[in-house]
Ligand binder design. Structure first.
Ligand SMILES: [Fe+2]
Length: 313
């Protein structure tokens, strides 16, 4: 399993069973109103929430620092992260979970960075939203593990954190491209073999691979060192519909020659190029594709609210 932060409620209360999911979806489609679920905490005023199990909030490069007042490239990372978390919590229809795609910590993955991060994630836990995290080149596994309650970090791949989140419309394959301390990204032969096994076990199920580092593009530093091996494995497997990554702090959608989408998530924190948006992406899985909506930190950014629908290959 990767690093997962469960909400403050029993599993039986957080996971909607299939029939309830179908019911929810039907309610949305028919426009008949909203299914109401109780708020996570007893003792808190009753709150009616709608959860769309097909919808996922995609975050990347949060770069939260121990010092909550710290700024980098003109941005207070704690503030922008809190804004993104608050936006998810405040949604009329909440996603099934939040996926944070690496570089969770500021620069070197100090223990205090993760203490701050987990503290800033509390609103999601309080509202019953699970959070899954991958690791980036600015993260430190041992420090993150130490900041989490015991039992929430374990791995089937030795020191690497990888797992599959199965959903009705697609499997999210969360992979670990981190080679901390800071350096190139690499999935490695063992993880690629695991991924292949997972993919071959479900040849008809759309799969989205989710890891921090971007494929090699000739100009981004510390990109995925074994891009060639990765593409050689996934391209001939048509069930792989997209590779979703962060790292470059850019928002872009490209396509591999195989038809697989390459989705580069923006950072919730700072950007390296002024025109790039920061923020997060509200992703909704469709029957044969995905709908993406960009939520910019700066709501006056021209790309704020951009909506893109992709059809799977
Ligand atoms: Fe980053």
């Amino acid at each position: 399993m990767p690093i997962t932060i469960q909400p403050y409620r029993n599993a039986s209360e957080t996971v909607l069973d299939q029939s309830r999911r179908d019911f929810l979806r039907k309610m949305f489609v028919a426009g008949m109103g909203a299914f109401c679920a109780p708020r996570a905490f007893a003792g808190i005023n009753a709150e009616e929430v709608v959860v769309d199990p097909h919808s996922w909030a995609l975050f990347a490069d949060t770069h939260v620092a121990e010092d909550l007042s710290l700024r980098a490239l003109g941005v207070n990372m704690a503030e922008t992260f809190q804004q993104a978390v608050g936006e998810v919590v405040g949604m009329a229809t909440r996603p099934g979970g939040v996926l944070i795609n690496g570089d969770c910590a500021f620069r070197t993955g100090r223990p205090g960075d993760y203490v701050a991060l987990t503290r800033l994630l509390e609103p999601l836990r309080n509202h019953g939203v699970p959070v899954h995290l991958t690791l980036g080149n600015h993260d430190d596994r041992s420090h993150f593990r130490a900041a989490l309650p015991s039992g929430e970090c374990s791995s089937a791949l030795g020191d690497r954190h990888a797992r599959v989140i199965e959903t009705e419309r697609a499997n999210w394959i969360l992979a670990d491209s981190s080679t901390t301390p800071i350096g190139e990204g690499r999935l490695g032969p063992e993880q690629l073999a695991w991924m292949q096994e997972v993919l071959d076990a479900a040849p008809d199920k759309p799969a989205i691979i989710y890891a921090h580092h971007n494929p090699q593009d000739g100009y981004t530093e510390w990109s995925l060192e074994d891009t060639e091996d990765f593409f050689a494995m996934v391209a001939p497997r048509p069930q792989v519909k997209a590779y979703v990554f962060g790292h470059s702090h850019r928002w872009s959608i490209d396509q591999h020659e195989s038809g697989m989408y390459l989705i580069n998530l923006p950072s919730t924190a700072y950007v390296f190029e002024q025109e790039e948006p920061s923020g997060w992406v509200n992703a909704t899985l469709l029957e044969n594709g995905i709908h993406l909506e960009l939520r910019c930190t700066d709501r006056t950014h021209p790309k704020h609210g951009e909506r893109i629908e992709l059809q799977w290959r």
